[in-house]
Design a protein around this ligand. Sequence first.
Ligand code: SOE
Length: 384
Amino acid sequence: MRQVNVGLVGYGFMGKTHSNAYRQMPRFFPDVGAAPVMKVICGIPAAGVKAAAPLLGWESYESNWHKLVARKDIDLIDICAPGNLHAPIAIAAAKAGKTIFCEKPLANTLKEAEAMLRAAKQAGVKHMIGFNYRRVPAVALAADLVRKGVIGEVYHWRGTYRQDWIVDPNFPLVWRLQKPLAGSGALGDIAAHNIDLAHFVVGPITHVAGHLTTFVKKRPRLTAVATGLTAKSTSQQMGTVTVDDAAIMLLRFASGAIGTIEATRFAPGRKNYNAFEINGSKGSMMWDLERLNELQLFLRDDPDYAQGFRTIMVTEGVHPYISAWWPAGHIIGYEHTFTHEVRDLMECIAKNKMPSPSFQEGVACQKVLEAVEQSHKSKGWIKV
Ligand code: SOE
């Protein structure tokens, strides 16, 4: 069994999900040939990461990522820091010969994303991007059914990702609302996930026409560091929101399919509604994250008396990843998607294979994000 020494940057929301995955993965997937060792967690402020390290299960902590990357005993650098730090950390990690696992979107700009891919290729290291929703068993099943032709030729992708955590205009100006830190808003944070799912299930997007909107342009500044999606500590001083609150786009795929994606943080009642409907010549499929164990399937060939969507409970041992978990019907959740990512990453390390999705898929998504921004400015279709 290969031991992979991990150094994780970031102890906020994503840092916690990844820590949980490293803790769980070897217990549920002991047979993939490699297992993570939770060596170091890194972040600022030092007092925060010091407290987080034992809580999240790390052997030690560090508050300077340069020192972390320079450590000879670390094999894998995992990047859960804000977007502006992805490129510098990943490029340094590649030069130091580390395997890199980076949260999405790959970077704040296409230029940075391409530089990350180049650096990783030049160094010959393995790289993976955290598009965790590919690892929902129902999504993996949907992709597999499309590949097997079960719904025939795909005509439509109808994607949406809706949240409501900033609909209150008094919600403060957290890092996710600042372009220099986050790169973009709903576009890179959540549309990116749906774009990646469209790439995964339908194939490459070739053309986009998009529009971006910021509904609340000024918000109270933060008075203290806040992580996650809940922040309360605010001042009377207002700051400018420099990212989009919502993004909409029309898509054309290389296969001839067409599609739409809508992403917003202004849909009251929609907490984390990442969803899609796919229509093909033989049938359709629907999935949404808030009911992540279920896949809706409609087949035109069903007898007349049974025409209608059926709900597949994707919890059978034959379904992707499920045999490692509980008996059929004993549902799994959001955190399992990260455990599955770590499982696949460890398997690739053990078998000396490039993980998927890699930075290559990260760049493919980033090209679409950039095309949407260009289209928003030029008000026309953009070739990706
Ligand atoms: C916040 O919008 C967020 O945590 C995203 O950053 C994640 O990528 C998404 O999975 C859930 O929402």
